[in-house]
Design a protein around this ligand. Structure first.
Ligand code: FE2
Length: 302
């Protein structure tokens, strides 16, 4: 892996730059896993959206995703990254790897940098997996061969106080319980209705390790974020993840991946106007707690 992330420092219009240099940008992305655009003229969400349009790939919409996070669309392609409170740390994850439908690339844009904190940790997941293989081969193979199932309980109405607060109606794009069950059945999920119309769902077996087209393997999952962070009034994080065969994934299983990923993480400290492009199959991301106003927007590529 080359310098991480790759930095493109220039001035001028982001959309014009991306439109003229997409091939080079994509080359850097596949090498480094993340590319920072710094110093470009990106004053607002509309300029960011124009950059995404110039990139020219299919947009992955929040509305159609099964993301757990509460988000708000700002423009057609751009939405708030996560409405969770500032003190909430969002642990490392591959975007939506806890669902069968995930984006291939993510763009983040910093409109307002936090007064304090608020970095976006970025972690090369291919190296995490490579080191895990060296450190504990049987554990690495257990993740790779057995896969993982995620469970979470969704509220009936959005709960912006939680990093996993998106309602089942919004998550599944439905209105009624019957429609929810039909969608879950199509997706291969198990479900149990709880009190207060909350809905506990368990995914089908999903991959925990992904093989990229060039043969690299990555720790492509949402295990760290789920195990460390899926706690709220409805959920206990330590009960969120199981191997594909049903065995609970415990602190013993998670210790090595957590330590390795922390070791390999680069914290991106935002400056207003920064745009970061992340290969979602190669690099995990998260969010550090912050103080003050921070506005980081996201746009996803299908
Ligand atoms: Fe995310």
């Amino acid at each position: 892996m080359s310098a991480f992330p790759h930095v493109i420092e220039a001035q001028g219009d982001l959309a014009a730059y991306i439109g003229a240099n997409k091939g080079a940008v994509d080359d850097h992305l596949s090498q480094a896993g993340a590319v920072l655009f710094r110093g470009f003229d990106v004053p607002d969400a509309q300029a960011f959206d124009a950059g995404m349009a110039a990139y020219g790939e299919t947009n992955f919409t929040y509305a159609k995703s099964l993301s757990n996070a509460v988000r708000v669309n700002v423009t057609e392609r751009v939405f708030t990254a996560n409405e969770a409170p500032p003190e909430t740390r969002i642990h490392l994850h591959h975007e939506m790897a806890q669902t069968p439908i995930y984006p291939s690339k993510l763009f983040f844009y910093c409109e307002i940098a936090a007064g304090e904190g608020g970095a976006t940790p970025l972690c090369p997941s291919d190296i995490v997996y490579e080191r895990l293989l060296t450190e504990d081969r049987s554990l690495a193979k257990a993740f790779e061969e057995r896969g993982v199932r995620y469970s979470n309980t969704m509220p009936a109405a959005d709960d912006a106080g939680s990093g996993q607060g998106r309602s089942w109606r919004s998550t599944l794009g439905v209105e009624t319980c019957d429609e929810a069950e039909a969608r879950l059945s199509d997706l291969g999920y198990d479900w149990v209705w709880q009190e207060d119309e909350t809905l506990r769902v368990t995914t089908p077996v999903l991959q925990a390790v992904r093989i990229l087209p060039d043969g690299r393997k990555t720790f492509f999952n949402q295990l760290i974020a789920a195990f460390r962070g899926w706690s709220d009034t409805r959920n206990e994080a330590t009960k969120a993840v199981r191997f594909g065969d049903g065995e609970l994934i415990t602190a013993d299983h998670m210790a090595a991946p957590i330590a390795l990923s922390e070791d390999l993480t680069y914290d991106h400290a935002w400056q207003a106007g920064d745009v970061v492009l992340v290969d979602n199959f190669l690099v995990m991301h998260g969010r550090k707690p912050f103080v003050g106003k921070r506005r980081v927007l996201a746009s996803l590529v299908a």
